[in-house]
Design a protein around this ligand. Structure first.
Ligand code: URA
Ligand code: SF4
Length: 216
């Protein structure tokens, strides 16, 4: 993919950067090539001022069709884990590092493809603007793509997961696994431990969000 196809999202952001203005402007983004084949932009779910923000990778097949984040199979696991962690999905802000679905067509099927670093970088202005508008106390990065976008550097889940670290602007950042990675362990002997670790990470983030003071 040539660089000129990824001018980045910045020029497509609105002047007013409250959440409603951001949401309204996102469908017009041409910051990278992904808008071309996707059905629609999937922006986020949630309100400004929410203490806990969850950041995923990118919309999947279902999300692309429905226009909402985490409504497919990964979303079901996430919902279950949030419930088991005592967190109400209505009380979290949910978004993705990349706002359009990246896939390759195989016959009638659309196969998920990881976003390239260039897509993550191109889409970062949206996430940055959401962070500024929502002002969460703690940001949970679901997987390496989210971690990379939020922390601005490569992230290894195994080495960094589960504790709240300090991100920019003094907000807490917790790295954990992606629910789709969990899903792949469904019939594996490691399932119980992996699921419990995920729930425990979400609980730790929620506790930190309750106790932390609002940044800046
Ligand atoms: N996976 C993600 O990372 N985000 C979604 O919204 C759905 C699946
Ligand atoms: Fe814009 Fe992000 Fe979509 Fe690329 S993925 S077109 S940067 S919203």
């Amino acid at each position: 993919m040539a660089d000129e196809e990824r001018p980045g999202a910045e020029q497509y952001l609105p002047g007013e950067r409250d959440l409603e203005s951001l949401r309204a402007a996102a469908p017009g983004c041409r910051g990278c090539e992904l808008y071309r084949d996707a059905t629609q932009v999937v922006f986020s779910a949630g309100r400004a001022g929410t203490p806990l923000m969850l950041v995923g990778e990118q919309p999947g097949d279902r999300e692309d069709v429905e226009g909402a984040p985490f409504v497919g199979p990964a979303g079901r696991i996430l919902d279950q884990a949030l419930a088991d962690a005592g967190i109400d999905r209505g009380d979290v802000y949910v978004t993705n590092a990349v706002k359009h679905f990246r896939f390759r067509q195989q016959g009638k099927r659309r196969i998920h493809e990881k976003p390239a670093v260039g897509n993550i970088v191109a889409c970062h202005p949206w996430l940055e603007a959401e962070l500024a508008a929502v002002r969460p106390r703690v940001v949970v990065c679901l997987g390496a793509t989210a971690g990379r976008s939020v922390l601005g550097r490569p992230v290894r889940i195994g080495q960094e997961r589960g504790h709240v670290q300090e991100g920019s602007d003094g907000r807490g950042v917790l790295i954990t696994t992606h629910p789709s990675a969990l899903l792949r362990l469904r019939d594996d002997p490691g399932w119980d431990a992996a699921y419990d670790a995920f729930v425990s990470d979400l609980s730790a983030a929620a506790r930190a969000a309750e106790s932390a003071s609002t940044p800046g």
